[in-house]
Design a protein around this ligand. Sequence first.
Ligand SMILES: NC(=O)c1ccc[n+]([C@@H]2O[C@H](COP(=O)([O-])OP(=O)(O)OC[C@H]3O[C@@H](n4cnc5c(N)ncnc54)[C@H](OP(=O)(O)O)[C@@H]3O)[C@@H](O)[C@H]2O)c1
Length: 258
Amino acid sequence: MGVRLLPLAARRLSTMTRQLSPPAKAVLYDDHGPPDKVLRVAEVAPVEIGERDVCVRMLAAPINPSDLNRIEGVYPIRPPLPAAVAGYEGLAQVHALGSGDVDLSPGDWVIPSPPSFGTWQTYIVKPATAWHKNGATSIVGQCVIQLAKLHAIHTINIIRDRQGGTMVTYGGMSKKPVTVSTSSFIFKDLSLRGFWLQKWMNSDKAEESRTMIDYLLDLVHEGKLKYEMELTPFSEFHLALDKALGKHGSRPKQVLKF
Ligand SMILES: NC(=O)c1ccc[n+]([C@@H]2O[C@H](COP(=O)([O-])OP(=O)(O)OC[C@H]3O[C@@H](n4cnc5c(N)ncnc54)[C@H](OP(=O)(O)O)[C@@H]3O)[C@@H](O)[C@H]2O)c1
């Protein structure tokens, strides 16, 4: 994964002739802790756009539970500190290209593929290969139910009424263990397992995951896959964060609009 954005200092302006990104604003943290305590919005100096790099302007980025867990320091993969830029997914528009031959043009909409650190900022410079043309993000629960219906897959709603079945755990919002009765294991042949999207995307399945994203986007365009979200301007980042942290009650997925 090409995390070439950090450390920024190494790529800062040192000559007059190199192509540079515009000055940016980013949501940074230096220590792990409660997101509403450790996050700060700061100016980021322009960085050099290398030959095979692309400078994108972020259009939107979700505040996902896993982003909050990374900031808290309880997620298995986290960016190095200090001055980590938060955010892991998002939609961007190509702003400028390095001098090399890359398969992107100014104005293209792209997503980080695989997802990678640092999407909560206005401009990002990364290798062209770190981006996939097309883009959107999704809200897991709503989407899984709709996708399961489209593929005639029975979801957990009916597992407990059946003999056998597999319960797949993909999230742990309550941070509590999964508990299952022994009788479900013994008499109903229940199986438990977990799923981690990042492991799947970071494996040798880059092409497969891009095909999957395109498939999901087609469903969105056809109106077969719908999800709720609330766009909040980046200038009101702390309000969006408070909503994502549940301080304003149950809210749809918060998406920062740059
Ligand atoms: N395994 C993977 O690869 C993978 C990939 C993506 C996401 N996930 C996980 O999937 C889960 C949902 O992600 P999302 O993006 O769909 O989330 P989301 O749209 O931000 O929604 C969060 C959901 O969690 C609920 N919630 C909040 N605090 C809770 C608590 N203490 N106990 C129980 N539920 C709580 C919220 O309920 P209210 O509406 O009532 O507040 C809401 O339904 C997260 O745990 C995330 O980490 C896993």
